[in-house]
Design a protein around this ligand. Structure first.
Ligand code: NA7
Length: 571
């Protein structure tokens, strides 16, 4: 008989997902170890500490729902929580739940291997750590494997180089510096106004113009906060059953049901409110109908023209390469206004591409831009990158990168055939990243914990997704995406930002409510689609995939068209 593993479960990551997973498994009586690369908790909010870093979900929604005392005590001061506030919140959660003692910090996992004989995993972090566990749960974040584009000459630059995805903890002085900013996604959009305020000059290198929505950051009215807190638990309860994990009504009318004047009035009102109210507040068909989408896109382009005073700069900032909402929509404060500052200039890389990085700056086709500092806000190998870089090997030494060579293959975005007892939180095929993420994380964690409890109750040690069920789920994820305009864009949702990455739609955009219902149904049905085997490997429960997935076949829309599914919400 193989020796018992060191732990029942290893959880990798100490952000929202890792903290809750460790907490929940400990409460359920599992021996659990958390392993985290950073020196403290926070995950995304530990690393992404660049000036201006902030969540696009509003403060009231961006927290755990299972801590009623903390939610009453926690100050809600501004409409959007900034990175320091969120980090402090997660540190408070970890301390209050006494979770720190379960974690090893400063240990970056370098391999995760399944031992076929022993039936358990070995998790290593270089020479620092080697432990065995029955279960491994990746809580590594969907956007945490940073993308550093390989520009020729990058090593030659003699100035400072920073990435928004791993900004130094100590203050960075930019006074008097000539800064180059590469990237205009959410991070670039947030950091630009801060850089422009501090630096002598900022040159923005833009590959794709974005449809940036105004955040309208503001202090929260204490009366509003009091009212919210008085109803917090009820709001939380309802939030769980919303498509995006945010308790605001989805638009019910399509663009075709409105007159031109009504459409404009609706867009103006949504723009005035900002943030999610614009992202999710115009037409029910904004990302499913090209005509509706063109109205929203035209509206934003007109706003850019109104805000940006230099007509040539305004033209470069107007997006024409993709439909509105099909790349993650950045939510910014004074983003377009910042281009009116005399110390900010814009290089359109589509007209004037980067040729090389030199010792003194960035050379584009038109000439050299002298710089003291380069800031990379160039995004992430989204959803799959943070999991694949763990170097996971499943049954018979199969590498996850090979299993996913033509795209991720998962059951519910939570489990992978031939990688038994491995679970992914906010992984590909799950809705996490297109929702208000903590709400999705809670659902994922609770479902996984319930399944582990179920297996233990039934004396089963090995939990594995059935290939048939995974094939159907994976096809369903694509089929739902194909009902929208999302797959038409070169986005990180499609893996298009990483050279060589398979081009498939990565998250599930059928709605968190629909997804939760599906997961609940599966749990209530004794986990069809999941093979549970006993200690000796005897199979005890195998789903009939067709039966299980009866409502999830490719093309079934779950009523999504009517509900305007797939609208982008903050992640
Ligand atoms: P994003 O949204 O992926 O943005 C990355 C930006 O970097 C984007 O403008 C990219 O242009 C640009 N980029 C990437 N590679 C290059 C190269 N090689 N050359 C020039 N420009 C490049 O990442 P963020 O960190 O801003 O945001 C990630 C998520 O965090 C966000 O969506 C929220 O969910 C929170 P592209 O558009 O690919 O042409």
């Amino acid at each position: 008989m193989s020796p018992a593993p060191d732990h029942d479960a290893v959880v990798i990551g100490a952000g929202f997902a890792g903290l809750y997973m460790v907490y929940r498994l400990r409460q359920d009586g599992f021996r659990v170890l958390g392993v985290e690369a950073g020196d403290g908790v926070g995950g995304t909010w530990y690393w992404n500490r660049y000036p201006g870093a902030r969540c696009d979900s509003e403060s009231m929604y961006y927290s755990f729902s299972f801590l009623p005392d903390l939610e009453q005590e926690w100050p809600l001061e501004e409409r959007y929580p900034t990175q320091p506030v969120i980090l402090r919140y997660l540190q408070t959660v970890a301390e209050r739940l006494d979770l720190l003692k379960h974690f090893v910090f400063g240990a970056r996992v370098t391999s995760v291997r399944f031992d076929d004989q022993a039936g358990h995993w070995t998790v290593r972090a270089g020479d620092q750590l080697a432990v065995t566990a029955r279960y491994v749960i990746t809580a590594t974040g969907a956007l945490s494997a940073a993308n550093w584009p390989r520009f020729p000459g990058a090593g030659l630059f003699e100035g400072e180089q920073y990435s928004t995805a791993s900004w130094p903890a100590e203050p960075v002085s930019l006074a008097g510096q000539r800064v180059g900013l590469i990237g205009t996604g959410s991070s670039g959009v947030q950091v630009l106004p801060e850089l422009a305020r501090q630096a002598q000059s900022v040159t923005v290198f833009q590959r794709t113009a974005q449809f940036v929505t105004p955040a309208r950051q503001e202090p929260l009215d204490p009366r509003f906060v009091a009212l919210w807190k008085a109803n917090y638990q009820e709001i939380r309860r309802r939030t769980k059953f919303t498509p995006g994990g945010i308790p605001i009504p989805s638009p019910v009318r399509s663009s075709g049901e409105l007159s031109a004047a009504e459409r404009t009035a609706l867009c103006e009102e949504a723009w005035r409110r900002g943030g999610i109210w614009f992202l999710d507040g115009t037409f029910s068909d904004a990302v499913t109908s090209q005509e509706a989408n063109a109205i929203v896109a035209g509206f934003v382009r007109a706003k850019i023209g109104e805000i940006v005073t230099d007509p040539a700069t305004a033209e470069k900032l107007k997006p024409w390469t993709h439909a509105w909402g099909t790349k993650r929509v950045p939510v910014g404060s004074d983003y377009y206004e910042t281009y009116n500052r005399p110390n900010v200039s814009l290089v359109d890389l589509r007209q004037d591409p980067v040729e090389e990085i030199t010792a003194r700056g960035i050379r584009t086709r038109s000439g050299e831009h002298p710089l003291d500092v380069i800031v990379y806000a160039t995004g992430f190998d989204a959803l799959t990158g943070s999991i694949e870089r763990l170097r996971i090997e499943g049954r018979n030494g199969e590498r996850l990168e090979d299993a996913w060579a033509s795209g991720p293959f998962t059951y519910l975005g939570l489990m992978i055939p031939r990688f038994p007892n491995l679970f992914t939180i906010t992984g590909p095929g799950s809705p996490g990243v297109v929702t208000n993420v903590p709400v999705a994380i809670e659902q994922h964690v609770e479902w996984i914990a319930d399944l582990l409890g179920y297996a233990r109750e039934h004396g089963r040690e090995t939990i594995e997704a059935e290939p048939g069920a995974a094939a159907e789920w994976t096809a369903h994820v694509q089929a739902v995406a194909n009902m929208t305009l999302f797959p038409t864009a070169d986005s990180w949702y499609m893996g298009a930002n990483i050279p060589g990455k398979p081009r498939v739609f990565l998250p599930y955009i059928g709605g968190l409510d629909v997804y939760r219902h599906r997961c609940d149904e599966i749990a209530a049905g004794g986990y069809p689609g999941v093979a549970l085997s006993g200690p000796a490997g005897g199979l005890v429960a195998v789903a009939a995939p067709a039966e299980v997935q009866g409502t999830a076949e490719a093309g079934h829309d779950f009523g999504l068209r009517d509900r305007g599914a797939g609208r982008p919400v903050p992640g």
